[in-house]
Design a protein around this ligand. Structure first.
Ligand SMILES: NC(=O)c1ccc[n+]([C@@H]2O[C@H](COP(=O)([O-])OP(=O)(O)OC[C@H]3O[C@@H](n4cnc5c(N)ncnc54)[C@H](OP(=O)(O)O)[C@@H]3O)[C@@H](O)[C@H]2O)c1
Length: 251
């Protein structure tokens, strides 16, 4: 199947490694061009080198109020046209509801909630019919995750915000989709596991609830995200797609 990605241009945040990077790789493999971003200029440069000539990069921290406009300006300059965006951002601090400090909630709200919202608002005036916005969320949209109170608190609200946005943009032919990674083998997963057990590696307790019997590989997420962002998924909007090996206890 031709995904129809040839010549299209995508902005990806949180894409110097992990799920964003894997999505950039999958988009490029099928002919797209990307502008990737994350906070560290050195990490962005290294990722661009790894991705090759179809990629360029710009550093930006989504928690900064000015990042959204800067990213959209850079995307228009580098890509010429913006056919879509994958908005990913580092996960919020781990902790239980009772243990999580208010300042961690505020930091999470700035980066996980307001950062993506600001970018969406800056992007939309520059999107045409056929464009798409993908939001990397979490299975905490549907089921709480142990020790991730901020994620459990913010992601469901973002999912419903994405649903509302899909209603608002649908008449213009612009799609909005949320992606719900389960346990995918990235630096973030290591951090979450280390905060729970001190180990950091997926053990039997992590794998047992996953019907496929293993954690996911970043490229398994990236391929799904690239499909969702492609014209091949032209009738998919206003929905959440889990990439979790079957772990969620909801269909
Ligand atoms: N992997 C999983 O199993 C899993 C499961 C559920 C949900 N998620 C969520 O999916 C998202 C991506 O996770 P991941 O596994 O790809 O994490 P990752 O491997 O740690 O990568 C995170 C990426 O985001 C960038 N980043 C972090 N904070 C940022 C900020 N404020 N502004 C812009 N870029 C930022 C990082 O680069 P810099 O450090 O250079 O900024 C990096 O490129 C996170 O929100 C995570 O909570 C992941």
């Amino acid at each position: 199947m031709d995904l129809g990605l040839g010549g299209r241009g995508y902005l990806l945040t949180g894409a110097s490694r992990g799920l964003g990077f894997a999505t950039a790789r999958a988009l490029i493999d099928d002919g797209a061009r990307v502008l990737i971003s994350s906070r560290s200029a050195a990490s962005v440069d290294a990722a661009v080198s790894a991705l090759g000539t179809a990629a360029s990069g710009v550093p930006a921290d989504l928690a900064d109020a000015g990042a959204a406009e800067a990213l959209v300006t850079a995307a228009r300059e580098r890509l010429g046209r913006i056919d879509g965006a994958l908005i990913s951002v580092g996960g919020p601090a781990p902790g239980t509801v009772l243990d999580t400090a208010e300042e961690d909630w505020r930091a999470g709200i700035e980066s996980v909630l307001l950062g993506p919202l600001r970018l969406v608002k800056a992007l939309v005036p520059h999107l045409d019919e056929g464009a798409v916005i993908g939001l990397v969320l979490s299975t905490s949209v549907r089921q709480p995750l142990d020790g991730l109170a901020i994620s459990n608190g913010l992601r469901p609200g973002l999912a419903m915000t994405a649903k509302g946005l899909a209603d608002e943009l649908g008449p213009r032919g612009i799609r909005v989709v949320g992606l719900l990674p389960g346990s995918i083998d990235t630096e973030r997963l290591g951090q979450v596991l280390a905060s729970r057990s001190g180990g950091g590696l997926p053990d039997a307790g992590v794998v047992a609830p996953i019907p496929l019997g293993r954690v996911g590989r970043p490229e398994e997420f990236g391929r799904v995200a690239a499909f969702v962002l492609s014209p091949a998924a032209s009738y998919v909007t206003g929905t959440m797609i889990a990439v979790d090996g079957g772990r969620l206890r909801t269909p």
